[in-house]
Design a protein around this ligand. Structure first.
Ligand code: NAD
Length: 355
C-alpha cells in the first residue's frame, strides 16, 4: 500500500484526484493545503472521516511544517498541485504567485529531497515527486501552428504562467542536479464539478442562472483545449505511479474550442436543463457581453498528448459535449455548494479546522 502526499488537495483538481484515489485505490492520502480562498473542504465531503485520508493545514512555504509531515507520514509519492492558479488574479497581484508557485515549490522540493536522501536505496528508487503544471508555460500558438509537444520551448505570457514555468524548471533541475525522481505534467484547461466560480465555465453557468451579464474577453475568439477534470485526475494518478522519472507528459483533451463557442454551448444546455429563467431574461445568450480583453491574453493553446497515450495508455473518456453536459448538470444539482462559495460560508467555517 502506498502513501501519497498531495498538495492543494482542497482545490478543484486536487480534490478530484483525492476522490479518484479514494474510489479506486487503498492508498493512504495526506492532503497538505493552506486553505486559501481556493481551498474548499466542502469538495471533500464524506471523505474527511475516511481512515485512508489525513488533512494537514500547512503552507507549502513552511519548511518546518513540511519536514514534519514527511517525517510523520513517510510518503512514497508526492503529487504537487498547490498553487495560485487564476490568471486575472496574477495580473492584479503577482506577489502571492511568486511566493507560492516558485518559493513554495522550492521549499517542497527541498523538504522532499531531505527526506528522500535518508531513505533506503530501494525506497529511494521507488520514490516519486510529480509536479502538476499547465500548458500556459508554452505561451501562445498561432491559429495554424502545430500543437504543443513536450519539446516546445517555454514562452509564458502572464505572471501566473511565468511562475508555473519557473517551478517546472526548478523541478527538472532537482532531477538533473540531485537525482530526485521527478516528473512534470503540463495540462490544458480543465472544467468539471467543484470548480471555483471565478473560472470561465462555472462563472458563466452561475451568472446565467442569476440573470447576470456573461462577460467575454475581446471577441471571445481565444481557443483553449478543454479537458474534463476527472480525465485529468486519472492521467495524473497514472503518471504518479507509472511515469518515468525525468520525463514530462503533456495532457490534453483534443477539444479545441473558442471561448464564445463554449459560452454558447453552456447557454444551450441551460435552455434545456433550466428553462425557468430569471425574470426579464428570454434567452440565456442575450446575457453575453463583450468586455475589454485581458492584457497579454494568449490567443490559442492546444496540446499534443500522444506521449501519455502511447507510453502510458491514457485517453480521455469524455468528449467536450458529454463533459460539459455533466458539468452543467452538476452545478444545477449542487447549488448549495455554489451558494456556500458565493456567500463565503465555506471559508468562515473552516478557520477552526485542524488548528
Ligand atoms: P485551485 O486554485 O482550485 O486550487 C489550488 C489549491 O492550492 C487550493 O486548495 C489552495 O488552498 C491550495 N494552495 C494555494 N496556495 C497554497 C500554499 N501556499 N500552500 C498550500 N496550499 C496552497 O487550482 P486547480 O485549478 O485545482 O489547479 C491545481 C494545479 O493544477 C495548479 O498547480 C495549476 O497550476 C495546475 N493546472 C490547472 C489547470 C486548470 O485548468 N485549472 C490546468 C492545468 C494545470
Amino acid at each position: 500500500m502506498k502513501t501519497i502526499l498531495i498538495t492543494g488537495g482542497a482545490g478543484f483538481i486536487g480534490s478530484a484526484v483525492i476522490r479518484h484515489l479514494i474510489k479506486e485505490s487503498d492508498y493512504s492520502i495526506i492532503n497538505v493545503d493552506k486553505l486559501t480562498y481556493a481551498g474548499n473542504l466542502d469538495s471533500l465531503q464524506g471523505i474527511e472521516t475516511n481512515p485512508q485520508y489525513h488533512f494537514e493545514q500547512i503552507d507549502i512555504c513552511d519548511a518546518e511544517g513540511l519536514g514534519s509531515v514527511f517525517e510523520r507520514y513517510q510518503p512514497d509519492v508526492v503529487m504537487h498541485l498547490a498553487a495560485e492558479s487564476h490568471v486575472d488574479r496574477s495580473i492584479d497581484g503577482p506577489a502571492t504567485f511568486i511566493q507560492t508557485n516558485i518559493i513554495g515549490t522550492y521549499t517542497l522540493l527541498e523538504a522532499a529531497r531531505a527526506y528522500w536522501e535518508q531513505l533506503s536505496p530501494e525506497k529511494k528508487n521507488q520514490f516519486r515527486f510529480h509536479h502538476i503544471s499547465t500548458d500556459e508555460v508554452y505561451g501562445d500558438l498561432g491559429e495554424t501552428d502545430a500543437l504543443f509537444t513536450e519539446e516546445t520551448p517555454y514562452a509564458p505570457s502572464s505572471p501566473y504562467s511565468a511562475s508555473k514555468a519557473s517551478s517546472d524548471h526548478l523541478v527538472r533541475s532537482w532531477f538533473r542536479t540531485y537525482g530526485l525522481p521527478t516528473m512534470v505534467t503540463n495540462c490544458s484547461n480543465n472544467y468539471g464539478p467543484y470548480q471555483f466560480p471565478e473560472k470561465l465555465i462555472p462563472l458563466m453557468i452561475l451568472n446565467a442562472l442569476e440573470g447576470k451579464p456573461l462577460p467575454i474577453y475581446g471577441k471571445g475568439d481565444q481557443v483553449r483545449d478543454w479537458l474534463y477534470v476527472e480525465d485529468h485526475a486519472r492521467a495524473l494518478c497514472l503518471v504518479a505511479v507509472q511515469g518515468v522519472p525525468g520525463k514530462t507528459y503533456n495532457i490534453g483533451g483534443n477539444n479545441e474550442k473558442k471561448n464564445i463557442e463554449v459560452v454558447h454551448s453552456i447557454c444551450d444546455l441551460l435552455e434545456e436543463n433550466a428553462p425557468d429563467k430569471p425574470s426579464g431574461v428570454s434567452h440565456y445568450v442575450d446575457l453575453i457581453r463583450f468586455v475589454q480583453d485581458r492584457p497579454g491574453h494568449d490567443i490559442r493553446y492546444a496540446i499534443d498528448a500522444s506521449r501519455i497515450r502511447d507510453e502510458l495508455g491514457w485517453v480521455p473518456e469524455e468528449t467536450f459535449e458529454t463533459g460539459l453536459r455533466k458539468t452543467v448538470e452538476w452545478y444545477l444539482n449542487n447549488l448549495s455548494w455554489c451558494q456556500r462559495v458565493q456567500d463565503g460560508s465555506y471559508q468562515r467555517e473552516r478557520l477552526g479546522v485542524n488548528k
